[in-house]
Write a protein that binds this ligand. Structure first.
Ligand code: KG4
Ligand code: ZN
Length: 391
């Protein structure tokens, strides 16, 4: 079964193509069009702009993916006027996309694809809708079935982790999903059976990285910028603590598994405001603050995850989401697990599969369809669900 997967929940336009069967999942292509440069001047994702970019990017990405897989053939026949009208109505709210997609559909024959998978939530409403409308149009025109996928479940499956989650010796498992929009600790009792144990009460961990970076004058996305600045802060500076920056570790010792990062951001802001202009702009201050903020986030994430893992007698821990690309977080998680004398297996994907991609959407669709744990969706009824939950 060939799966075409589409992901537009935030600011990355992603399309992947994969070959799937009960025994294998083979990625044919995994394309991402990043919008970082566009959102940089806003210091965060600007949803209306992100949506416009998705509209521009999706058709060229689709062509690239299909051409790469050698499944595109030119068509000589024109689109019937009734079909054209229907397409225009499905894409009525996606003017830029509509033009590009209809031009493409009129030039090429239906490719050999068996299923189209699309992220339906959680995510930014306007961005999700562009991906969903794109998928509806393709499904209607090519008469290919579709399936809506949960973005958080996809982060759990990133890098095709089906074999890990399907293996009984890894269960129950615990997933820490840390991204720009979410911070959740999810109990996986068995494949496809999830319970959210805890989540952020305000800002997500990635959002904290992004907002703190903005306060101290670093670029968007804040995660990689803070990580780079933190790496430069030398230990001697941090030890001498020239700036006396000890930031709070919010909710570190609470009994529940929830998180809160907005107080951390406020603490950074207070500290920043109390500095002279010269101090604020000094490399040393920025690097020390970046190092301390990163460490505060890491301390909370690791402590809460280990607590949940022990309380629920977890066998394995899976990290996912953009923040899990953070090298220091990965390193310190590994060190901490070692200290636990291999009580838990730790699985961290390669960094390129931590941030948003459509390969992870295809992976969930492949599992759900081969396990027959999900029925197909109907292009007429499928909807974006910005607040979709996994449990
Ligand atoms: O999963 P993702 O690509 O998109 C969402 O679903 O939100 O995560 C994006 C988030 C951003 O907040 C970004 O700053 C953060 O992941 N991020 C990082 C790193 N790379 C990306 N945070 C910390 N360290 C990194 N190396
Ligand atoms: Zn994500």
């Amino acid at each position: 079964m060939k799966i075409l997967a589409i992901e537009t929940s935030c600011d990355d336009s992603c399309i992947a193509l994969a070959e799937c069967s009960t025994s294998k999942f083979k990625l044919i292509s995994n394309l991402i069009s990043s919008q970082i440069e566009i959102h940089r001047k806003w210091g965060g994702v600007y949803p209306a702009l992100a949506r416009r970019e998705h509209q521009k990017n999706l058709t060229p990405l689709l062509i690239q993916a299909l051409e790469g897989a050698n499944v595109l053939k030119k068509s000589k026949s024109e689109i019937q006027s009734s079909k054209l009208k229907k397409l225009e109505s499905i894409l009525g709210r996606e003017k830029i996309l509509s033009k590009k997609l209809i031009k493409f559909l009129s030039k090429y024959k239906k490719p050999k694809i068996d299923l189209i998978a699309v992220t339906i939530g959680p995510g930014l409403d306007p961005c999700l809708w562009t991906g969903v409308n794109f998928t509806k149009a393709l499904s209607y025109f090519w008469e290919i079935p579709i399936i809506g996928i949960n973005h958080i479940e996809a982060h759990i499956f990133a890098n095709n982790r089906l074999s890990i989650i399907a293996d009984k010796k890894n269960l129950p498992a615990l997933a820490l999903i840390v991204s720009g929009g979410h911070t959740q600790l999810i109990l996986i009792k068995k494949l496809g059976d999830y319970k959210i144990l805890g989540e952020t009460r305000d800002d997500a961990a990635g959002e904290a990285f992004d907002k703190i970076a903005r306060i101290i004058g670093l670029d968007y996305p804040g995660g990689p910028a803070i990580a780079a600045a933190a790496q430069k802060s030398n230990t001697k500076d941090r030890m001498s603590n020239r700036f006396e920056t000890k930031l709070p570790r919010p909710m570190l010792n609470t009994k529940n598994y929830d998180f809160s990062f907005s107080g951390l951001k406020t603490a950074v802001l207070y500290d920043y405001k109390k500095r002279t202009k010269k101090e604020r702009e000094s490399k040393q201050y920025i690097q020390i603050m970046a190092g301390e903020a990163q460490q505060a986030i890491i301390d909370v994430l690791i402590k809460k995850t280990i607590k949940a893992a022990k309380d629920y007698r977890i066998k394995s821990i899976l990290l996912g989401g953009g923040v899990s690309a953070n090298k220091e977080l990965r390193k310190q998680f590994q060190q901490r697990i070692k200290k636990e004398n291999s009580r838990f297996n730790l699985y961290i994907s390669p960094s390129e599969y931590c941030t948003d991609n459509a390969a992870m959407i295809a992976a969930v669709a492949c599992f759900q369809r081969t396990a027959k744990s999900r029925t197909l969706d109907n292009w007429q009824n499928i909807k974006a669900q910005p607040n979709l939950r996994i449990d």
